[in-house]
Ligand binder design. Structure first.
Ligand code: PLP
Length: 363
């Protein structure tokens, strides 16, 4: 993609453009009879005496995926069974009673998990308005982890990453950035100083709504070793077929993100002029936006009134999906009842607009 991501390009990849890295990283060597792609290794165990040993510890298909996503994000990667498995693995590293600062509008699985752990006095969860940088900086004091999601899901708020990362580090906290929405094509948190990047690879990385997977990437060998040890023990590992599919998806990530972003930006402009829409929330980058309609009823009519757009949760696929987020019981009450999150795909934007506008025009 022509635009540089937010944050500098990691040193080891400076000689290659991001779209080339997405295609090149994690391939077998260019040698006679080598396949171009790493095969799917279906194995629960390996002949003893080597490095792999057992299927919960290692798999060559994971390694290829981890090399590719690690190269794009600028750190060492570990693949997980889902985004929430990665979230759980990370929260497991928090010592008893330590404080985690996180956006009140982070993905609702994350806030629900944090609140549950806090209710068991396992940790202290401080949920903040991630756009109120001064309040976030103040909350960093005594924190073990500062968790950032930017843009947030589905409020589409953007955090001041450099300021918050600096404040968190000054307080001695580890910084985690959920980069699911931005992807390494549009935002490089590790280059901005974050310690760990987390992904729901279910979304843009996989890109085809056909797998559930997660990943974490870190610049810290200490964090990598701790996470690897816990993944070995707890077994939150992905299937090799899912990992192979996710790597195949990653190859086209730059093209898909570029097209989804162009479509989302165009739709944000057109939606802002539509009288049925009260508010458009688009941060100016990425393939996801939210719109606010006057009520739950009008929002439900929209998501049931289209033939191309699919009323479904999740995001980051080639196909456009949307949903009213407050249909979920654990979505915070600060998200408007009439908010619809649009996960824009790579279809023709005029077809997407015609389908959306005919549903909106009915109101
Ligand atoms: N992080 C974000 C921003 C998400 O949107 C999601 C899922 O929607 C997750 C994490 C959890 O990922 P998964 O559904 O792959 O477990």
């Amino acid at each position: 993609m022509s635009d540089q991501p937010r944050g500098a390009v990691p040193e080891q990849e400076q000689e290659l453009h991001r779209d080339t890295v997405a295609v090149r990283a994690g391939r077998p060597p260019h040698a006679a009879d080598q396949p171009l792609n790493v095969p799917i290794t279906m194995a629960s165990t390996y002949v003893a005496g080597g490095e792999l040993e057992y299927g919960r510890y290692a798999n060559p298909t994971w390694t290829a995926f981890e090399e590719a996503l690690g190269a794009l994000e600028g750190g060492r990667c570990l693949a997980y069974a889902s985004g929430m498995a990665a979230v759980g693995a990370l929260l497991d590293l928090v010592a008893l009673g330590e404080k985690v600062v996180a956006p009140r509008h982070a993905y609702n699985g994350v806030t629900t998990q944090l609140n549950l752990l806090a209710s068991r006095e396992r940790l202290v969860a401080t949920l903040v308005d991630i756009t109120d940088t001064a309040a976030v900086v103040a909350a960093c004091e005594d924190a073990a982890i500062v968790w950032i999601e930017s843009p947030t899901n589905p409020a589409m708020e953007v955090a001041d990453l450099p300021t918050i990362i600096a404040a968190a580090h000054a307080a001695g906290a580890t910084v985690v950035v959920d980069n699911t929405f931005a992807t390494p094509l549009l935002q490089l948190p590790l280059a901005l100083g974050a310690d760990i990047v987390l992904h729901s690879a279910t979304k843009f990385i996989g890109g085809h709504a056909d797998l559930v997977m997660g990943a974490m990437v870190t610049t810290s060998d200490e964090v990598y070793d701790a996470l690897k040890r816990s993944r070995d023990l707890t077994g939150a590992v992905p299937g090799s077929f899912e990992t192979w599919l996710a790597l195949r998806g990653l190859r086209t990530l730059p093209l898909r993100v570029e097209r989804a972003q162009a479509n989302a930006a165009e739709l944000a402009t057109r939606l802002a002029d539509h009288p049925a829409i009260d508010e458009v929330r688009y941060p100016g980058f990425g393939g996801v936006l939210s719109v606010v309609l006057p009520s739950a009823e009008t929002a439900e009519r929209l998501v049931r009134g289209t033939s191309l757009w699919i009323n479904a949760t999740s995001l980051g696929g080639v196909e456009s999906t949307f949903e009213r987020r407050r249909r979920w019981a654990n979505e915070p009450a600060t998200i408007p009842e009439g908010l619809v999150r649009l996960a824009v795909g790579i279809e023709n934007v005029d077809d997407l607009w015609r389908d959306l506008s005919q549903a909106l025009d009915r109101d």
